[in-house]
Design a protein around this ligand. Structure first.
Ligand SMILES: [Zn+2]
Length: 536
């Protein structure tokens, strides 16, 4: 019998093992949305939860019946029975049957120490417990996968015991044996040696379930596949207990693009980035910008030499074509940038740059000076775009802040109310505006809006969604320069702006001004721009 499946099966446990991670919380509705998405993507097996462990999982298994999966098979998860004599009445096994899933995954002890110390039973009793539990579920017409808990540690401790437990499950009719690195401490060469040995003694396809405690869960899963495993368990974005589970988002493209192996379904690899983002959104977690394959920075180029090379041939500095996984190439603007970055960026922003390289050289020099002062345009592309238009003579600010006063009030008992007073010039008119706020930056934001709303009603839709302050010269303590990064949104688009100063209020005001100017500029707002005196 061929123990190695031609295609590699994907088994997702985001909804069960993933939810055991710290700060991970999914409602029944969230779980249903993720299950639907996993099926659309092409995952083969979706582990929905542990039905007898909590009412939420029970509710999930009832409601999931209304979903019509195109390809995926639903699995419920639980342990073997508690004692041999009560297998047929075991509440956990009955709960699994009650969930009415076509596949049931049960885990059993395969590390002798755990069997002896935590269950307090003999080798024979443990083997019997596994056999009887699997056989009972098989008799009820279910496909049964056996998760061999702590298998790699158990194998290293007592190989004979560990293999005996596996064979018990095989003889009882399990169709997959899944080797679990439950404590996540194994190394890739150990995993491949052990998987290769297991394949010589079982007779059914072998799977891998890795945890990431040594930061090797993905490497261990790949090592297992190379050694002959044909079933991989993991979670989306690697969420899970402690340091997480094996990250399917990284495993899938490695298997498909590097090992050139296929999956049973018509997997939509170009939706990998959106699947990762979708799960982060549902979890209400910020996505990992440095995540391989799908992160915002995964194909972002900063160095000028890199950029001039990728313009000619992307593969010179990229391990795969980002489009294959639904991601895209980005070029960052920084002090490392050369003329190529600026040209690339201008094309991306739809700005026509003249061929004259003197102008581009000036722009690069100006950016380098600003970065030297502490500016950073990586997260502030709107400020960069304004700068480019300013250099090209296409943009003039829509307003000018002539004076700023901020009054900060702090007392133990009173609610903190700070006040900002601004003198703002729009066209030939000058506005004097005061506003109270919850903190000085909030007061400043409110005052600026109040001053401008009358001239530019378009700014009403702008919302400040993120505000970050970074101290640039830490050794200088409170007299140090600060960089303020602001993210704004109009409900449809988001944009980032930056301001730098030794005064946090001024840095914030610069970033706020850029944010409003950018919004008005993109809308091509029509009020008369201010006549600005030259700073030179
Ligand atoms: Zn696990």
């Amino acid at each position: 019998m061929n123990q190695i499946l031609k295609a590699i099966e994907l088994y997702d446990t985001t909804l069960r093992d993933g939810t055991q991670g710290e700060h991970i919380n999914l409602s029944v509705q969230d779980k249903l949305l993720i299950a639907q998405k996993l099926d659309e993507f092409g995952i083969d097996y979706i582990e929905g939860g542990w039905p007898s462990s909590n009412p939420k999982d029970e509710e999930f298994f009832t409601k999931v019946r209304c979903l019509d999966f195109k390809h995926a098979k639903l699995c419920s998860f639980g342990s073997t029975a508690r004692t041999v004599s009560t297998v047929e009445n075991d509440p956990n096994l009955l709960g699994l049957l009650h969930a009415e899933t076509p596949v049931i995954t049960i885990f059993g002890k395969t590390w002798k120490d755990h069997s002896v110390k935590s269950l307090g039973i003999s080798d024979e009793e443990n083997a019997e417990l596994i056999y009887r539990s699997v056989a009972f579920l098989k008799q009820k017409g279910r496909e049964v996968f056996f998760d061999a808990e702590h298998f790699f540690d158990g194998y290293k401790d007592n190989c004979e015991f560990a293999l005996k437990m596996l064979l018990s499950a095989v003889q009882a009719g399990a169709s997959r044996i899944v080797l679990c690195d439950t404590n996540g401490g194994s190394l890739p060469h150990e995993v491949s040696d052990i998987v290769a040995h297991v394949l010589t003694v079982t007779g059914i396809p072998v799977g891998i379930h890795s945890h990431n405690d040594g930061d090797l869960a993905v490497a261990n899963s790949i090592a297992a596949v190379i050694a002959g495993a044909s079933h991989i368990q993991g979670t989306i974005n690697g969420i899970g207990e402690r340091c997480g589970n094996a990250n399917l988002i990284s495993i899938i493209p490695n298997i498909m693009l590097k090992l050139q192996r296929s999956f049973p379904s018509n997997l939509h690899l170009n939706q990998l980035t959106s699947l990762s983002k979708f799960v982060y959104e549902i979890l209400n977690m910020p996505s990992n910008t440095r995540a391989p394959f799908v992160g915002k920075s995964a194909f972002a180029h900063k160095g000028g030499i890199h950029v001039s090379a990728i313009i000619k041939e992307s593969s010179l500095y990229e391990h795969i074509d980002p489009k294959l996984v639904g991601n895209h190439q980005r070029v960052l603007v920084s002090e490392l940038a050369g003329q190529s970055n600026i040209r690339y960026k201008a094309v991306e922003l739809g700005i026509d740059l003249p061929e004259k390289s003197e102008l581009i050289k000036n722009i690069v020099r100006h950016i380098k000076e600003l970065e030297h002062e502490g500016y950073q345009f990586d997260g502030a592309e709107a400020s960069f775009e304004l700068l480019l238009h300013k250099e090209l003579g296409n943009f003039q600010p829509f307003f000018e802040v002539l004076e700023t006063k901020v009054h900060i009030e702090s007392s133990k008992n009173a609610k903190n109310v700070d006040q900002a007073v601004l003198k703002v010039k729009v066209g030939e008119e000058i506005e004097h505006i005061a506003a109270d706020g919850d903190g000085p930056v909030n007061a400043l934001d409110k005052a600026l809006r109040k001053a401008l709303l009358h001239f530019y009603p378009e700014i009403k839709s702008i919302k400040l969604i993120d505000y970050k302050v970074r101290v640039l010269e830490e050794k200088r303590g409170t007299s140090a320069k600060v960089r303020v990064l602001i993210e704004s949104s109009n409900g449809r688009d988001t944009w980032g702006t930056v301001g730098v100063s030794t005064n946090i209020i001024e840095a914030s005001l610069l970033a706020l001004q850029d944010s409003m100017n950018y919004h008005l500029f993109t809308l091509k707002a029509s009020a008369p721009p201010v006549k600005i005196k030259s700073h030179q």
